[in-house]
Design a protein around this ligand. Structure first.
Ligand code: PMP
Length: 292
Protein backbone atom coordinates (compact mmCIF):
# COMPACT_ATOMS: atom_id res chain seq x y z
CA UNK A 1 0.00 0.00 0.00
CA UNK A 2 1.35 3.37 -0.98
CA UNK A 3 1.62 5.99 1.74
CA UNK A 4 -1.15 8.58 1.74
CA UNK A 5 -0.34 12.23 2.29
CA UNK A 6 -2.90 14.80 3.42
CA UNK A 7 -2.86 17.95 1.29
CA UNK A 8 -5.60 20.53 1.83
CA UNK A 9 -8.21 18.02 2.92
CA UNK A 10 -7.42 15.38 0.30
CA UNK A 11 -5.44 12.16 0.68
CA UNK A 12 -2.97 11.67 -2.13
CA UNK A 13 -0.64 8.77 -2.80
CA UNK A 14 2.97 9.57 -1.95
CA UNK A 15 3.98 9.68 -5.61
CA UNK A 16 1.15 12.10 -6.44
CA UNK A 17 1.50 14.26 -3.34
CA UNK A 18 2.92 17.40 -4.95
CA UNK A 19 2.56 21.12 -4.46
CA UNK A 20 2.93 24.05 -6.82
CA UNK A 21 6.32 25.56 -7.62
CA UNK A 22 4.59 28.87 -6.81
CA UNK A 23 3.95 27.84 -3.21
CA UNK A 24 5.67 30.44 -1.04
CA UNK A 25 6.75 27.65 1.31
CA UNK A 26 9.09 26.54 -1.48
CA UNK A 27 9.90 29.96 -2.90
CA UNK A 28 10.67 31.73 0.39
CA UNK A 29 10.52 29.17 3.20
CA UNK A 30 7.38 31.04 4.19
CA UNK A 31 5.56 28.66 6.49
CA UNK A 32 5.68 26.71 9.73
CA UNK A 33 5.89 23.06 10.70
CA UNK A 34 5.86 20.51 13.50
CA UNK A 35 7.43 17.10 14.02
CA UNK A 36 5.24 14.85 16.15
CA UNK A 37 5.31 11.17 17.14
CA UNK A 38 2.78 8.53 17.84
CA UNK A 39 3.44 5.59 20.10
CA UNK A 40 1.08 2.62 20.07
CA UNK A 41 -1.68 4.63 18.38
CA UNK A 42 -1.39 7.54 20.78
CA UNK A 43 -0.12 10.84 19.45
CA UNK A 44 2.38 12.11 21.98
CA UNK A 45 1.82 15.66 23.28
CA UNK A 46 -0.42 16.44 20.31
CA UNK A 47 -2.07 19.41 22.00
CA UNK A 48 1.34 20.95 22.79
CA UNK A 49 2.52 20.50 19.18
CA UNK A 50 -0.69 21.94 17.75
CA UNK A 51 -0.48 24.90 20.14
CA UNK A 52 3.13 25.57 19.11
CA UNK A 53 2.20 25.32 15.40
CA UNK A 54 -0.57 27.88 15.81
CA UNK A 55 1.70 30.16 17.85
CA UNK A 56 4.39 30.04 15.15
CA UNK A 57 1.70 30.80 12.54
CA UNK A 58 0.30 33.65 14.64
CA UNK A 59 3.68 35.36 14.86
CA UNK A 60 4.28 35.21 11.11
CA UNK A 61 0.63 36.26 10.50
CA UNK A 62 -0.19 33.05 8.69
CA UNK A 63 -3.85 32.19 8.81
CA UNK A 64 -4.28 28.42 9.14
CA UNK A 65 -7.56 27.63 7.38
CA UNK A 66 -8.51 24.97 9.94
CA UNK A 67 -9.40 25.10 13.62
CA UNK A 68 -7.13 23.33 16.10
CA UNK A 69 -9.82 20.65 16.56
CA UNK A 70 -9.99 20.09 12.79
CA UNK A 71 -6.19 19.90 12.63
CA UNK A 72 -6.10 17.26 15.39
CA UNK A 73 -8.76 15.27 13.53
CA UNK A 74 -6.80 15.55 10.28
CA UNK A 75 -3.61 14.25 11.96
CA UNK A 76 -5.47 11.28 13.40
CA UNK A 77 -7.25 10.55 10.12
CA UNK A 78 -3.93 10.59 8.25
CA UNK A 79 -2.49 8.06 10.69
CA UNK A 80 -5.61 5.90 10.36
CA UNK A 81 -5.44 6.01 6.56
CA UNK A 82 -1.87 4.77 6.70
CA UNK A 83 -2.54 2.19 9.43
CA UNK A 84 0.41 3.47 11.41
CA UNK A 85 0.74 2.84 15.15
CA UNK A 86 4.25 4.10 15.74
CA UNK A 87 4.92 6.96 13.40
CA UNK A 88 6.56 10.27 12.79
CA UNK A 89 4.14 12.99 11.77
CA UNK A 90 5.26 16.02 9.79
CA UNK A 91 2.72 18.80 9.85
CA UNK A 92 3.43 21.66 7.44
CA UNK A 93 1.51 24.86 6.78
CA UNK A 94 2.85 27.07 4.02
CA UNK A 95 1.74 30.56 3.01
CA UNK A 96 0.20 28.93 -0.06
CA UNK A 97 0.34 29.52 -3.79
CA UNK A 98 0.94 33.06 -5.07
CA UNK A 99 2.76 35.06 -7.71
CA UNK A 100 6.48 35.68 -7.32
CA UNK A 101 7.37 38.32 -4.74
CA UNK A 102 7.70 38.30 -0.97
CA UNK A 103 4.37 39.96 -0.22
CA UNK A 104 2.37 37.30 1.63
CA UNK A 105 -0.87 38.90 0.46
CA UNK A 106 -0.15 37.32 -2.94
CA UNK A 107 -1.18 33.99 -1.36
CA UNK A 108 -4.89 33.69 -0.80
CA UNK A 109 -4.97 30.37 1.06
CA UNK A 110 -2.42 28.52 3.20
CA UNK A 111 -1.44 24.99 2.15
CA UNK A 112 -1.79 22.30 4.84
CA UNK A 113 0.26 19.13 4.46
CA UNK A 114 0.38 16.13 6.81
CA UNK A 115 2.94 13.41 6.17
CA UNK A 116 2.97 10.32 8.37
CA UNK A 117 5.75 7.80 8.03
CA UNK A 118 7.96 5.37 9.88
CA UNK A 119 10.46 7.00 12.14
CA UNK A 120 14.22 6.99 11.53
CA UNK A 121 16.11 7.52 14.77
CA UNK A 122 19.79 7.55 15.46
CA UNK A 123 21.11 3.97 15.30
CA UNK A 124 20.29 2.04 18.50
CA UNK A 125 24.01 1.67 19.19
CA UNK A 126 24.39 5.43 19.73
CA UNK A 127 21.80 5.40 22.52
CA UNK A 128 24.06 2.93 24.32
CA UNK A 129 27.42 4.49 23.44
CA UNK A 130 26.45 8.15 23.30
CA UNK A 131 27.11 10.83 20.69
CA UNK A 132 30.37 12.64 20.02
CA UNK A 133 29.48 16.18 19.05
CA UNK A 134 31.11 19.54 18.43
CA UNK A 135 30.37 23.21 18.77
CA UNK A 136 30.28 25.08 15.47
CA UNK A 137 30.98 28.59 14.21
CA UNK A 138 27.49 29.09 12.80
CA UNK A 139 25.55 30.97 15.49
CA UNK A 140 21.92 30.21 16.25
CA UNK A 141 19.64 32.80 14.66
CA UNK A 142 19.45 35.98 16.70
CA UNK A 143 15.94 36.06 18.20
CA UNK A 144 15.55 39.73 17.29
CA UNK A 145 16.01 38.77 13.62
CA UNK A 146 14.22 35.42 13.42
CA UNK A 147 13.14 33.97 16.73
CA UNK A 148 14.06 30.26 17.04
CA UNK A 149 10.74 29.84 18.86
CA UNK A 150 9.07 30.14 15.47
CA UNK A 151 9.33 26.66 13.99
CA UNK A 152 9.51 28.02 10.48
CA UNK A 153 10.35 26.42 7.14
CA UNK A 154 13.57 28.47 7.21
CA UNK A 155 15.96 25.88 8.62
CA UNK A 156 19.06 27.04 6.74
CA UNK A 157 20.61 28.31 9.97
CA UNK A 158 20.45 24.80 11.41
CA UNK A 159 21.43 23.16 8.11
CA UNK A 160 24.58 25.33 7.93
CA UNK A 161 25.53 24.12 11.42
CA UNK A 162 24.70 20.53 10.47
CA UNK A 163 27.03 20.80 7.46
CA UNK A 164 29.84 21.91 9.79
CA UNK A 165 29.19 18.89 11.99
CA UNK A 166 29.13 16.52 9.00
CA UNK A 167 32.34 18.04 7.59
CA UNK A 168 34.04 17.32 10.89
CA UNK A 169 32.75 13.76 11.05
CA UNK A 170 30.49 14.61 13.98
CA UNK A 171 26.92 13.51 14.56
CA UNK A 172 25.49 16.80 15.83
CA UNK A 173 26.43 20.43 16.31
CA UNK A 174 26.00 22.64 19.34
CA UNK A 175 25.15 26.18 18.29
CA UNK A 176 26.01 29.23 20.38
CA UNK A 177 24.01 32.42 20.56
CA UNK A 178 25.41 35.80 19.57
CA UNK A 179 26.71 36.34 23.13
CA UNK A 180 28.74 33.14 22.98
CA UNK A 181 26.49 31.15 25.31
CA UNK A 182 25.20 27.70 24.49
CA UNK A 183 21.86 27.73 22.68
CA UNK A 184 20.89 24.35 21.25
CA UNK A 185 21.71 21.73 18.63
CA UNK A 186 20.48 21.75 15.04
CA UNK A 187 17.33 19.77 15.79
CA UNK A 188 17.52 19.08 19.50
CA UNK A 189 17.80 20.82 22.87
CA UNK A 190 20.79 20.26 25.12
CA UNK A 191 21.03 19.34 28.80
CA UNK A 192 23.87 18.74 31.22
CA UNK A 193 24.00 17.19 34.68
CA UNK A 194 26.38 18.48 37.31
CA UNK A 195 26.38 17.32 40.92
CA UNK A 196 23.07 15.53 40.37
CA UNK A 197 21.31 18.66 39.13
CA UNK A 198 19.94 19.29 35.66
CA UNK A 199 20.80 22.38 33.60
CA UNK A 200 19.58 23.50 30.19
CA UNK A 201 19.84 26.80 28.30
CA UNK A 202 16.92 29.09 29.15
CA UNK A 203 14.47 30.18 26.48
CA UNK A 204 16.09 33.64 26.56
CA UNK A 205 19.30 32.06 25.16
CA UNK A 206 17.50 31.88 21.78
CA UNK A 207 16.24 28.33 21.47
CA UNK A 208 13.22 26.47 20.30
CA UNK A 209 11.38 25.54 23.48
CA UNK A 210 11.28 21.83 22.81
CA UNK A 211 8.29 19.81 23.88
CA UNK A 212 10.60 16.93 24.81
CA UNK A 213 12.68 19.44 26.80
CA UNK A 214 9.61 20.45 28.84
CA UNK A 215 8.80 16.79 29.35
CA UNK A 216 12.30 16.02 30.64
CA UNK A 217 12.16 18.95 33.06
CA UNK A 218 8.85 17.58 34.41
CA UNK A 219 10.25 14.06 34.75
CA UNK A 220 13.31 15.42 36.60
CA UNK A 221 11.17 17.46 38.98
CA UNK A 222 9.04 14.42 39.74
CA UNK A 223 12.21 12.43 40.45
CA UNK A 224 13.33 15.24 42.81
CA UNK A 225 16.22 16.19 40.54
CA UNK A 226 16.54 19.99 40.64
CA UNK A 227 16.21 21.39 37.10
CA UNK A 228 17.54 24.80 36.08
CA UNK A 229 16.89 26.80 32.91
CA UNK A 230 19.96 28.99 32.82
CA UNK A 231 22.99 30.42 31.01
CA UNK A 232 25.56 27.79 30.02
CA UNK A 233 28.99 28.23 28.47
CA UNK A 234 31.31 25.74 26.78
CA UNK A 235 33.45 25.28 29.90
CA UNK A 236 30.39 24.11 31.82
CA UNK A 237 29.49 21.64 29.07
CA UNK A 238 33.05 20.24 28.94
CA UNK A 239 33.07 19.75 32.71
CA UNK A 240 29.58 18.32 33.07
CA UNK A 241 29.09 14.92 34.71
CA UNK A 242 26.61 13.96 32.00
CA UNK A 243 25.18 15.47 28.84
CA UNK A 244 22.27 14.56 26.58
CA UNK A 245 20.08 15.92 23.81
CA UNK A 246 16.29 15.91 23.53
CA UNK A 247 13.92 16.10 20.58
CA UNK A 248 10.78 14.51 19.24
CA UNK A 249 12.61 12.27 16.79
CA UNK A 250 15.69 11.52 18.92
CA UNK A 251 13.83 11.40 22.27
CA UNK A 252 16.70 11.47 24.81
CA UNK A 253 20.17 10.63 23.48
CA UNK A 254 23.35 10.68 25.59
CA UNK A 255 26.41 12.74 24.63
CA UNK A 256 29.83 11.47 25.73
CA UNK A 257 32.18 13.90 24.01
CA UNK A 258 32.06 17.59 23.06
CA UNK A 259 34.86 19.20 21.02
CA UNK A 260 37.13 16.27 21.85
CA UNK A 261 36.59 16.68 25.61
CA UNK A 262 35.26 13.57 27.31
CA UNK A 263 32.08 14.20 29.27
CA UNK A 264 32.05 12.55 32.71
CA UNK A 265 33.46 9.05 32.47
CA UNK A 266 32.90 8.93 28.71
CA UNK A 267 29.81 6.75 29.02
CA UNK A 268 26.11 7.63 29.11
CA UNK A 269 25.37 8.66 32.68
CA UNK A 270 23.17 7.28 35.42
CA UNK A 271 20.74 10.21 35.58
CA UNK A 272 20.51 10.29 31.78
CA UNK A 273 19.44 6.63 31.92
CA UNK A 274 16.92 7.36 34.63
CA UNK A 275 15.39 10.16 32.54
CA UNK A 276 15.39 7.93 29.43
CA UNK A 277 13.46 5.30 31.35
CA UNK A 278 11.08 7.94 32.74
CA UNK A 279 10.46 9.22 29.21
CA UNK A 280 9.76 5.71 27.87
CA UNK A 281 7.17 5.25 30.57
CA UNK A 282 5.11 8.24 29.49
CA UNK A 283 5.22 7.68 25.72
CA UNK A 284 2.35 5.47 24.67
CA UNK A 285 0.29 6.77 27.58
CA UNK A 286 -0.24 10.42 26.82
CA UNK A 287 -2.10 11.69 23.78
CA UNK A 288 -5.05 11.62 21.44
CA UNK A 289 -6.05 8.07 20.70
CA UNK A 290 -6.76 6.68 17.27
CA UNK A 291 -7.67 3.19 16.22
CA UNK A 292 -5.49 1.44 13.68
N1 PMP B 1 15.52 22.62 18.62
C1 PMP B 1 15.30 22.64 17.31
C2 PMP B 1 16.04 23.62 16.47
C3 PMP B 1 14.40 21.74 16.73
O1 PMP B 1 14.17 21.76 15.42
C4 PMP B 1 13.73 20.82 17.55
C5 PMP B 1 12.71 19.87 16.98
N2 PMP B 1 13.25 18.99 16.06
C6 PMP B 1 14.01 20.81 18.92
C7 PMP B 1 14.90 21.75 19.43
C8 PMP B 1 13.35 19.85 19.85
O2 PMP B 1 11.98 20.15 19.99
P1 PMP B 1 10.90 19.05 20.30
O3 PMP B 1 11.31 18.38 21.57
O4 PMP B 1 9.63 19.81 20.47
O5 PMP B 1 10.86 18.11 19.16
Amino acid sequence: MSLKVFIDGKFLEKEKAKISVFDHGLLYGDGVFEGIRSYKSLVFKLKEHIDRLYESAHTIMLNIPMSKAQMIKAVINTLKKNKLKDAYIRLIVTRGVGDLGLDPRKCKLATVIIITDKIVLYPEELYKKGLKIITVATLRNVPEALNPQIKSLNYLNNIMAKIEAINSGSQEAIMMNSLGFVAECTGDNLFIIKNKQLYTPAQAMGILRGITRDCVIDIAKEAKIPAHECILNRHEIFNADECFLTGTAAEIIPVVSVDGRQIGNGKPGEITHLLMQGFKKITGKDGEKYKV
